[in-house]
Design a protein around this ligand. Structure first.
Ligand SMILES: O=P(O)(O)OC[C@H]1O[C@H](OP(=O)(O)OP(=O)(O)O)[C@H](O)[C@@H]1O
Ligand SMILES: O=c1cc[nH]c(=O)[nH]1
Ligand SMILES: [Mg+2]
Length: 210
């Protein structure tokens, strides 16, 4: 498993505003989208391309285009939905599938309550979007599910991770073709399973629930 922490002052700046408890939902949503565009740049570094011949006004040349089958973007509902728009801006021809997951706030165990994905993922490059990697339970379950459905190449893009959760995902997915791109790795998890300093509950902050 490869882990890449995007290190860029613009990301750190936007993350700081995102973390601020005073940042209201509309601004939070815009910032998640902007951050996603920056993280998608890193996250799509390995996107599969194929050569294509074109003619410029000056000369014929060979360029590249996104290869078929098109990549599959999988936002984890709810919070991952906030990242989708930023991602499809960079990969407009990608297909989008959905996984709905909720973490039980007492046991911290994830359950999957919705799934809408192509039947066969065997030759699809998958990009999973979820802003928060806390205990890592949700991301591990999501990626394992994609592998069960035939996926072999998965990149997860998260805004924040806790070191404990990142280690748990690495252990669970050891030896698999997985890349994780992160905006930042925070200090730790607290006793309630929240990332510290983190940004609180990403879903609640995106969608105005408390
Ligand atoms: O690493 P974990 O400990 O599993 O926690 C992370 C999960 O928690 C959040 O979702 P949540 O369950 O709050 O659902 P929501 O997006 O609907 O708010 C987040 O978006 C992740 O999916
Ligand atoms: O800090 C956390 C942990 C899990 N889910 C969130 O939205 N935030
Ligand atoms: Mg939530």
């Amino acid at each position: 498993m490869r882990v890449h922490v995007a290190d860029h002052p613009l990301i750190t700046h936007k993350l700081t505003v995102l973390r601020d408890a005073k940042t209201p939902s509309p601004q939070f949503r815009s910032l998640v989208e902007e951050l996603m565009t920056l993280l998608a740049y890193e996250g799509t570094r390995g996107v599969r391309v194929e050569p294509i011949d074109i003619v410029t006004p000056v000369a014929p040349t060979t360029g590249v285009r996104i290869a078929d089958p098109k990549p599959l973007i999988v936002p984890i509902l709810r919070a991952g939905l906030g990242m989708l728009e930023g991602m499809v801006k960079l990969l407009p021809t990608a297909e989008v599938g959905f996984l709905g997951m909720a973490r039980n706030e007492e046991t911290l165990e994830p359950t999957t309550y919705a799934e809408r994905l192509p039947e066969d993922l065997s030759d699809r490059q998958c990009f999973v979007l979820d802003p928060m990697l806390a205990t890592g339970g949700s991301l591990t379950a999501a990626i394992q599910y994609l592998f069960e459905r035939g996926a072999t190449d998965v990149t997860a893009i998260c805004i924040l991770a806790a070191p404990e959760g990142l280690a748990a995902v690495e252990q669970a997915l050891h030896g698999r073709e997985v890349t994780i791109v992160l905006g930042a790795v925070d200090e730790r998890l607290n006793e309630l399973g929240y990332i510290v300093p983190g940004l609180g509950d990403a879903g609640d902050r995106l969608y105005g629930t408390v």
